[in-house]
Design a protein around this ligand. Structure first.
Ligand SMILES: Cc1cc2nc3c(=O)[nH]c(=O)nc-3n(C[C@H](O)[C@H](O)[C@H](O)COP(=O)(O)OP(=O)(O)OC[C@H]3O[C@@H](n4cnc5c(N)ncnc54)[C@H](O)[C@@H]3O)c2cc1C
Length: 396
């Protein structure tokens, strides 16, 4: 890191130390889902917004801090290290950049400041019951009627639709020709008449995703982003933002350390899994080494982006696969280390943990373990990423 980068890191550290209360860190540590829930998010969003740091990747002209990719990496890294709540990506990281490129001046002027302030909370309406990996087969229909589209159909797995007041969605506006050529990209308020949100409770017991129904919902044509039937181009740009370069190594390091801490805790006889099971130690250290390699790669990617180089589809897919799989392995190890007696609270308080009881810790870890199964599905499944690498890297 350059002297400027080190000074920037110190500034970020000082800010986080001042603003992130122990209660917020603890609440964030207990969060099993991908993003902070609405209450925690609201508080942290406001603090970052006041500091001008809520949209690290936005250019200064739209209200971003104008950071270099290296500064963005440092910021994300420090946030992950200090267990800052994870701000939902749907608005600031997905819809915002898309509007900057494809939105009309009116759309930019209306939506971007409200995204920054947190007044608008977004969800993503792409997947449908019959269309996930094969997204272009989507069936939610939009029929033009005067200055509106009338929309009928259903979206599924919609993260945080229960909190969102706006959704960006893909709809079918033409049925002839290639499926990709008949899709449009719309923006709708969630309180429009005819929108119904039905919760889907995941196996960890959480309410993170939903099914959303559209019954004769009127969406103004003015809320279309890009030309009619050209929504696929807009959607592809958005998916690049969804998949592209994050910072996961710090979060994963913490998860591996969690697993080690649990494994090192002695039981009633004074023995611990860490001492008694070399095979467990070997597996944990292997994951730890892979996380260190990922950390190096993520820094390299930040440096490449800073130098204006493109990392390419293949690299983004490899990173996505690596991050999802390592996250699953880390929570597998942590859950295994807990053992079946964790629920009976036999080992007393857990030293240095955010949660003071094993049962509490076990509940959080188990929820994280279960939730993490979805990491190799959302944002493009593992198999679909392999297909991308086969094409982009191997030329198959
Ligand atoms: C927790 C969670 C949150 C989500 N949040 C959102 C959201 O906010 N908004 C949204 O729009 N969507 C969201 N999704 C949906 C997600 O994008 C889809 O689940 C994903 O694209 C996979 O689609 P599918 O579930 O229909 O599975 P399918 O596409 O039916 O896939 C089933 C299986 O077949 C495999 N497969 C499919 N095609 C191929 C192929 N060509 N080659 C090899 N194997 C293949 C897949 O890898 C998978 O194993 C979320 C999903 C989850 C689990």
């Amino acid at each position: 890191m350059s002297a400027e980068d080190l000074a920037f890191r110190n500034e970020v550290r000082a800010f986080l130390a001042e603003k992130l209360t122990p209660e917020m860190r603890a609440a964030s540590a207990r969060q099993a889902g991908v993003f902070a829930d609405a209450g925690l998010n609201r508080v942290w969003h406001r603090i970052l917004h006041e500091r001008g740091w809520i949209a690290p990747s936005w250019p200064a002209e739209y209200g971003g801090p104008g950071w270099t990719p290296t500064q963005r990496h440092i910021f994300a890294d420090e946030c992950a290290r200090s267990q800052a709540p994870v701000i939902p990506a749907m608005g600031l990281q997905m819809c915002g950049p898309v509007l900057m490129t494809y939105g009309t001046p009116q759309q930019k002027a209306f939506f971007l400041p409200r995204m920054l302030s947190g007044e608008h909370y977004w969800c993503q309406g792409f997947s449908e019951p019959g269309s996930g990996s094969d997204l272009a087969s989507l069936q939610t229909r939009a029929v033009r009627d005067g200055d509106d589209y009338v929309v009928n159909g259903s979206k599924i797995w919609t993260t945080h639709a229960q909190f969102a007041n706006w959704m960006f969605l893909l709809v079918r506006t033409a049925t002839e020709g290639k499926p990709q050529a008949g899709i449009s990209f719309l923006l709708t308020p969630m309180d429009a008449p005819g929108v119904t949100v039905r919760p889907i409770i995941s196996m960890s017991g959480e309410h993170e995703v939903n099914q959303v129904f559209f019954d004769d919902v009127r969406i103004p044509v003015a809320n279309r982003v890009g030309q009619e039937n050209q929504g696929w181009t807009v959607a592809k740009a958005l998916l690049v933002f969804e998949r592209g370069g994050g910072v996961a190594a710090s979060r994963l390091t913490r998860q591996v350390n969690d697993a080690r801490r649990v494994a090192q805790q002695p039981d009633a006889t004074g023995s611990s899994l860490w001492d008694s099971c070399p095979e467990f130690r070997r597996r944990l250290l292997e994951v730890e080494m892979q996380v260190k390699a990922l950390d190096f790669k993520e820094r390299q990617v930040a440096a490449m982006l800073s130098a204006g180089q493109d990392i390419g589809d293949g690299a983004a897919s490899v990173l996505k696969m690596t991050v999802s799989r390592l996250g699953q392995l880390a929570t597998e190890l942590a859950t295994e280390a807990l053992g079946i007696d964790a629920w009976a609270d036999p080992r007393g308080p857990l030293d240095g943990g955010e949660n003071d009881a094993w049962a509490d810790h076990a509940a959080t870890l188990t929820a994280k373990y279960l939730n993490n199964r979805a990491a190799t599905i959302f944002g493009g499944s593992q198999e679909v990423q392999h297909n991308i690498v086969a094409k982009a890297v191997l030329g198959l």
